[in-house]
Design a protein around this ligand. Structure first.
Ligand code: SF4
Length: 373
């Protein structure tokens, strides 16, 4: 599986912690470097066929059809991309014109992940988004009309500028659209975000955890009566439209990440490029691969397996965990669950340990407390 980071945005949204620069001045230079990086890392996946390809960012929809075609050609010349590969592009609504959507479809991009965040203009303005609610609606219709069947949208909840009723309206609007997948995240002021600084300076109130919890419950309840099933803490999909790319991360499948801040995983260690465009360009110019590397020992892999699996509705495969990490770890884990995790938050069978919908909201905390230290 392959991830490509496109580190350009037109401006920064206030909550965003992803690496990107708020201009496109170095786009051409960057695409040239990205092509070189693709060739430099051609052996990373050791000939394994690529089944998922993901353009993330930043704002990949700032790339023209021609620029995307160039990258795809380089990738197809370098890796064995399967004919049925899931090819996702993250897009902002304001770029999804009918023509652009048709171009994406013709290029073989078969999945769009659209950063909608809200269907309410005041909330969008607060977040620093550049689109309006109407543009978001049009974008989804344009993508569907162009024949892109697999459309996902992102929404953010727990925003103090939006009441529970307005959040309910946003969910209804989302469900009225031709989408197959929905990702919903609680507003989180990432450390390097504008909102984080505003909260530090007391120019914005801290995020209200109670509101976020309430709106997550609203979300789970409403989605139970929809065609989208809850398959991971933040993700809902029609049967068969779960993100293959993200599911592969959760299964610890090796992946190659290209571009600044992108991470790669070879099954034993994780490597990553600097989250700095100039540094990245310099490294590629010098033919230098990766800035940093972290070896993942058995304990780290075990802890990650707990975290990633418990976040999914499939949960933990107890037998596989025992085979891979040993009986004593699994016994300790089950003891921890029996004595510390409320019964309403999990179910246990001989082969599976799963968090319930109520338990999923606490998945990170439950997994963190169960970590081996
Ligand atoms: S949320 Fe998306 S569009 Fe907004 S700054 Fe972050 S990467 Fe750019």
């Amino acid at each position: 599986m392959l991830y490509l980071h496109i580190p350009f945005c037109l401006s920064k949204c206030i909550y965003c912690g992803f690496y990107s620069v708020a201009n496109t001045r170095q786009k051409a230079v960057y695409l040239d470097a990205l092509g070189r990086e693709i060739r430099l890392r051609s052996r990373y996946l050791a000939g394994t066929p690529v089944r998922t390809l993901y353009f993330g960012g930043g704002t990949p929809s700032l790339l023209s059809g021609e620029e995307l075609a160039g990258i795809l050609q380089t990738l197809r010349n370098t890796f064995q991309i399967t004919p049925d590969a899931e090819i996702t592009l993250e897009a902002n609504p304001e770029q999804l014109t009918p023509e652009y959507c048709r171009t994406l479809h013709d290029l073989g991009i078969n999945r769009l992940s659209v950063g909608v965040q809200s269907f309410q203009d005041p909330v969008l303005r607060f977040m620093g988004r550049r689109h309006t609610a109407n543009q978001a609606l049009e974008a989804i219709r344009n993508a569907a009309a162009a024949g892109i069947d697999n459309i996902s949208i992102d929404l953010i909840f727990g925003v103090s500028e939006r009441s529970d009723d307005q959040w309910a309206e946003d969910m209804e609007t989302a469900l009225s659209l031709p989408i197959r997948h929905l990702s919903c995240y609680a507003l989180t002021p990432e450390e390097n975000s504008i909102l984080y600084k505003q909260i530090q300076r007391h120019t914005h109130a801290p995020v209200d955890d109670d509101q976020a919890t309430r709106q997550y419950e609203q979300l789970c309840q409403r989605l139970q009566h929809s065609e989208l099933h809850h398959y991971e803490v933040s993700n809902f999909a029609r049967e068969g439209f779960e993100s293959r790319h993200n599911s592969a991360y959760w299964d610890h499948t090796p992946y190659l990440g290209l571009g600044p801040s992108a991470h790669s995983f070879d099954g034993k260690s994780r490597q990553w490029n600097p989250a700095n465009l100039s540094q990245y360009l310099h490294n590629i110019e010098e033919g230098r691969l990766y800035e940093e590397r972290e070896m993942l020992d058995e304990k780290a892999l075990y802890n990650e397996t707990l975290l990633l699996s418990l976040r999914t509705r499939e949960g933990l495969d107890i037998n596989a965990l025992r085979d891979r990490f040993g009986t004593s770890r699994v016994d300790t884990l089950l003891e921890y669950f029996h004595s510390h995790v409320p019964q309403a938050h999990y179910t246990e069978t001989e082969s599976r340990l799963r968090l319930t919908e109520a338990g999923l909201w606490f998945a990170d905390g439950i997994a963190g407390d169960a970590f081996e230290i």
